[in-house]
Ligand binder design. Structure first.
Ligand code: CUA
Length: 179
């Protein structure tokens, strides 16, 4: 019963049992292992890309992406004539998400590095590169920049992995990597 004060007012200051201290130590050390694994794997495993984020107005960002597409367009694809854009090797590449597409299609060169800029024109979208499984949340008003260096050729899909309305499942983009 807790109606009366505990006999020992410093109940939390009890002597620790040996087994208890062993478990606390194991948990603490494991926590440290997990923490340093994150840092190690970021560098050695090249996982969890470092990104930069900057504030940008959607209209402003949209203009930059359109100017980029205009400048480096190599052809158009599909019924909606979506431009396929080939940025200069080592340069900036732009893509935006909006209801419900990733625009434009990019064509990158294997072994070259690019600064890939991503932002949303409207709502929250999830930029998910398949099958590489790189995932970045794309917010309006924020420009995310990641440095990527494709190490294999092929066709890569970009899907949206944040639910964004009725067209969410059709929100598919594309990146070509060529030699
Ligand atoms: Cu965009 Cu889901």
């Amino acid at each position: 019963m807790a109606l009366t004060s505990p006999e020992n007012r410093l109940w939390w200051k009890e002597h620790l049992h040996g087994v208890e201290i062993v478990w606390i130590s194991i948990a603490f050390l494991w926590g440290l292992v997990m923490f340093f694994t994150m840092i190690y794997w970021h560098i050695a495993g090249e996982q969890n890309l470092s990104n930069e984020a900057y504030r940008v107005a959607p209209e402003e960002y949209g203009k930059r992406v359109e100017a980029f597409a205009e400048k480096y367009k190599v052809r158009e694809e599909g019924t909606t004539s979506i431009p396929v854009v080939r940025p200069p090797a080592g340069g900036d590449a732009y893509m935006f998400g909006r209801l419900w597409e990733w625009w434009p299609i990019l064509e990158l060169q294997k072994g070259q590095s690019y600064r890939l800029h991503l932002s949303s024109m409207d709502w929250l979208h999830g930029w998910s590169l398949q099958p590489a499984n790189i995932n970045i949340e794309i917010h309006p008003n924020y420009e995310m920049i990641i440095t990527i260096k494709p190490d294999q050729t092929g066709v890569f899909g970009v899907i949206c992995n944040e639910y964004c309305g009725v067209g969410h499942s059709q929100m598919v983009g594309r990146i070509y990597v060529v030699d």
